[in-house]
Design a protein around this ligand. Structure first.
Ligand code: FAD
Ligand code: ZN
Length: 464
């Protein structure tokens, strides 16, 4: 099989020796796998040839883009029998249609590069997350990534009009249409989006673009309670409509960690229990946008919903505010291992959820520290749990993760929420999915998996 792989992609792109940890270890350093080979095809035809070679030999494939996933889905297991299929050499923009507002791109293109490519043409690719400098569009679609602009533009799914996929049989499905309407049978595109490499390999996508906004303004607002943050969200929605493009919340401890580990970043507002980062994008110019924003914050200050607020004066200031928000995951990683959650509940249920989950965790693990932040506008929190001060993070993670998850996910379920809002299932939450998803839904998922990947070679052991 290795000979067939070398024949398909060239010997230089079949790596079987040396340090492969860049592909075999995940971003969080929670999983260290061992692959039979790392294979780096350079075209869709080469991906198809690799899949056929693996299928003939009965060897499993783990697709990988930028290896920034947070649930252990993109690294091989430690059996030494799986082929790691890196999509990173598929990195060309294939076509641009400025009138149709679309671009077709290879799966291995880095998200930030695509944002810049679109911006150079006056267009916006409205997908944005802290990993954008390394994650790939294929990985974003395979995990149906969310990020900071979902409030206005939706998840990766909503930004994708078409896909090219190499099936588990090594055939190529060209579904790269740029159509906004196409009701010709089952939606295969939506089946592959969010499938985390378990149904086939995404090799290219047609993405939906929008005109670049004429002005983008950012503000910070400090609130005493989460209920006030939610009230501010309602007010901002009413006043700014579709102009509201970001609404992120940061708890005090999350900001303390950023201040501790990135002391050069600004801290423009004195600490409050909660800080909201709001972003407004406007098709009109800077002036009217800023006036509307200031009027909104003025009204919120007067109502007592907000206790302090600041509007960024320049693009540089605005970027610095976003940098603070985006540094939270990194600051957390610096602080030590922690138990990550990526939960969603209806926005209206957020304050009650946090109050009850905090109380339950404190009662059982006194002093436990909650790194709570996230996409409040979407009802999605990264409700992360760090060991009490002085306790070893690794021990806490190893011994308490299961029990902590049970407390948090039971509360999520009581609120009608999801235990995985945007990061996916991967290896980390597979057992949780089996335990918490409805049996009818699981049965349909298993039927789809068996139909499309009867040999169970596409990222086996992930998701299901
Ligand atoms: P990888 O990590 O390489 O792979 C992820 C999964 O997709 C794996 O199961 C893999 O097998 C599969 N896969 C990858 N490429 C393909 C392909 N071409 N075809 C089929 N399957 C494929 N996520 C959010 O949703 N919102 C956030 O705000 C967010 N913030 C993050 C911040 C940081 C600092 C980090 C490190 C991660 C964050 N993430 C976030 C996680 C997010 O899932 C990933 O960053 C991104 O979407 C994955 O892209 P990737 O190319 O790195 O995929
Ligand atoms: Zn997130």
């Amino acid at each position: 099989m290795l000979a067939a792989l070398r024949n398909a992609v060239g010997a230089a792109h079949v790596i079987t020796e040396g340090d492969r940890s860049a592909w075999e270890r995940d971003w969080r350093r929670r999983w260290q796998g061992s692959s039979l080979a790392v294979v780096r095809p350079g075209s869709t035809a080469e991906v198809a040839a690799v899949v056929r070679a693996c299928s003939a030999a009965g060897v499993a494939l783990v697709p990988q883009g930028g290896n920034t996933g947070l649930v252990g889905g993109g690294v091989p297991d430690n059996s030494g029998t799986q082929v790691l299929l890196s999509l990173q050499r598929l990195n060309q923009v294939r076509a641009f249609d400025e009138t149709n507002l679309t671009m077709s791109v290879d799966a291995g293109c880095v998200l930030q590069t695509l944002q810049a490519t679109a911006a150079a043409r006056g267009l916006l690719l409205p997908l944005s997350l802290a990993a954008e400098g390394s994650c790939t569009i294929g990985g974003n679609l395979a995990t149906n990534a969310g990020g900071t602009q979902v409030l206005r533009w939706g998840n990766a799914r909503e930004l994708c009009l078409g896909l090219e996929v190499v099936t588990a049989q090594g055939e190529v499905w060209d579904g790269l249409s740029g159509l906004r309407k196409d009701n010709t049978g089952y939606d295969l595109r939506d089946l592959f989006i969010g499938s985390e490499g378990t149904l086939g390999i995404i090799t290219a996508a047609t993405l939906k673009l929008a005109p670049l906004p004429a002005a983008t303004t950012t503000a910070l607002a400090a609130c005493h309670t989460l209920a006030d943050c939610v009230a501010l969200l309602s007010l901002a929605r009413r006043r700014l409509g579709a102009g509201l493009t970001g609404f992120e919340v940061m708890g005090r401890f999350a900001l303390d960690l950023v201040a501790r580990h990135f002391p050069t970043l600004p801290r423009p507002l004195p600490t409050a229990p909660w800080t909201v980062l709001l972003e407004q994008s406007d098709t009109e110019g800077e002036g009217p946008a800023r006036e509307r924003f200031e009027a909104l914050l003025g009204a919120a200050l007067e109502a007592g919903t907000v206790v302090d607020a600041v509007v960024a004066e320049s693009l540089a200031q605005s970027q610095a505010l976003w940098q603070v928000r985006e540094s939270i995951p990194l600051a957390q990683a610096e602080e030590g291992l922690n138990i990550k959650h990526d939960i969603a509940v209806p926005v209206s249920a957020i304050p009650g959820f946090v109050e009850r989950a905090d109380a339950a965790l404190q009662a059982r693990w006194p002093g436990v520290r909650l790194v709570n932040f996230g996409h409040l506008g979407d009802g999605n929190l990264h409700y992360n749990v760090q060991a009490p001060p002085g306790e070893d993070g690794a021990r806490f993670l190893a011994d308490e993760e299961h029990a902590v998850n049970a407390v948090v996910f039971d509360e999520v379920a009581r609120c009608g929420g999801s235990f995985s809002a945007e990061h996916g299932i991967g290896a980390l939450k597979r057992d949780e999915l089996a335990a918490r998803k409805s049996p009818v839904a699981l049965q349909m998922m298993r039927a789809i998996k068996a139909a499309l990947d009867p040999q169970n070679l596409m990222n086996p052991g992930r998701v299901l």
